[in-house]
Write a protein that binds this ligand. Structure first.
Ligand SMILES: Cc1ncc(COP(=O)(O)O)c(C=O)c1O
Length: 385
């Protein structure tokens, strides 16, 4: 099993950071690579035409390995909303279909799907979990599968729910979508990097991931996989960089309308984010070395003592196949004031998030048992605990 990887980060030793779902910290190796790239900016004469493309290709290949696809099916984009727009603008199954998401989906996905539904006279359905609090994940997945029918045009969901870490059964949902020829779009921001995923096995049409959380990458960048279904689609913009002659700088005005193959057409203009790409490259190399399966296992070990603590207090904390180990919501004792909990944690310099009416805790490989003990200690010092 993995051991603590804290030494690879420069986290503030005075802070208990259980909040990777808010923002992943930067690896020391990423920081160094970004500085080196910044220094390169002193000498623009050394920048060669191929430098505008090589970093992008490396990152695409690494991401492809992580999500199990081929590099040409990967595009570099600025945000998840950009990725949803690329795919939804190219999905025209006819008017009057149904668009499905889950209750409290992240707003980028929700608004993208809402626009698609409005423009296509489609009914937007947000599926929530059943009422049995013991089986939230199981019932939620069942209800999604039940909702997908012959009239479904699109299903857009996160791989794990961003507020509570409920895991959606991408394989079953993807299979069902394929049966009814619905487009299956997954927001992988809150799991890809820390939880294994296989886009082919799950029959995903588009997987969009912001890089600044579990990919430990920069802000303002997202990675996208688009299935071959979208290889002839219309991109949002007309970037010169995605054309077949783009590397020939002396002949760019011999306008070449043809796009590079696969999903290359969807990459954002100025794809070669100098300084940012090296950050992501180092992070992806490291994530592949750690292996998301082992990250999940590591987080699971640390989650165990929180599960026991919650059990002792008769407070539920799901620890089954439908709950992620790296991200979960921590139910508080009834009557306990969330704001009071929040200010206590701030005072104790413990960083978690408040999402909806719960605390959202996230664990990554830089966390240690000490972090969990600090959190338990703080919760235990609250009245009624
Ligand atoms: C599930 C999920 N998707 C996407 C994002 C970020 O979206 P965007 O890249 O559109 O800013 C977040 C940020 O918290 C998120 O939790």
């Amino acid at each position: 099993m993995l051991t603590s990887q804290k030494h690879l980060f420069s986290l503030d030793p005075g802070i208990t950071y259980l909040n990777n779902a808010y923002r992943g910290p930067m690896l020391k190796s990423s920081e160094e690579a970004a500085i080196q790239d910044l220094i390169k900016m002193r000498s623009p004469h050394q920048l060669k035409p191929e430098d505008f493309f090589s970093g992008v290709e490396v990152v695409k290949a690494l991401f492809a390995k992580l999500v199990k696809c081929t590099p040409p099916q990967v595009a570099v984009i600025p945000s998840t909303s950009y990725g949803f727009a690329c795919v939804l603008n190219n999905w025209n199954p006819g008017k009057g279909k149904k668009a499905i998401t889950v209750t409290d989906e992240f707003p980028s996905g929700y608004f993208s799907l809402k626009r698609w539904a409005d423009e296509n006279d489609a009914l937007l359905v947000s599926v929530g979990p059943g009422t049995n609090k013991e089986e939230i994940g199981k019932s939620w997945n069942e209800r999604i599968l039940d909702e997908i029918d012959q009239n479904t045009g699109v299903v857009l969901i996160s791989s794990v729910h961003w507020m509570n870490g409920v895991k959606f059964d991408l394989k079953q949902i993807g299979k069902r979508c394929r049966e009814v020829d619905a487009c299956f779009i997954v927001d992988g921001t809150q799991s890809v990097g820390a939880l294994p995923i296989d886009v082919a096995d799950c029959q995903i049409d588009a997987l969009i991931c912001s890089t600044y959380k579990w990919l430990l990458g920069p802000y303002s960048m997202a990675m996208a996989y688009f299935s071959e279904r979208f290889n002839a689609g219309k991109p949002l913009e007309e970037s010169w960089m995605n054309r077949t002659n783009s590397q020939n700088f002396s002949d760019l005005t011999n306008y070449q309308p043809e796009f590079l193959p696969g999903a290359n057409r969807y990459s954002v203009g100025e794809t070669s984010h100098f300084i940012l790409l090296p950050i992501l490259e180092k992070a992806l190399v490291q994530l592949l070395d750690w292996n998301p399966e082992r990250i999940q296992e590591y987080a699971g070990e640390l989650k165990k003592s929180l599960v026991s603590y919650q059990n002792e207090k008769n407070l539920r904390l799901e620890g089954n196949e439908f709950s992620a180990n790296h991200l979960f919501s921590l139910p508080l004792q009834s009557g306990q004031d969330l704001n009071q909990v929040k200010s206590l944690l701030e005072k104790e310099r413990i960083s978690v998030s408040v999402r909806g009416a719960s605390l959202r805790v996230s664990i990554n490989v830089f966390n240690e048992q000490r972090d969990i003990d600090q959190l338990i200690g703080a919760l235990d010092s609250l009245p009624n605990r």
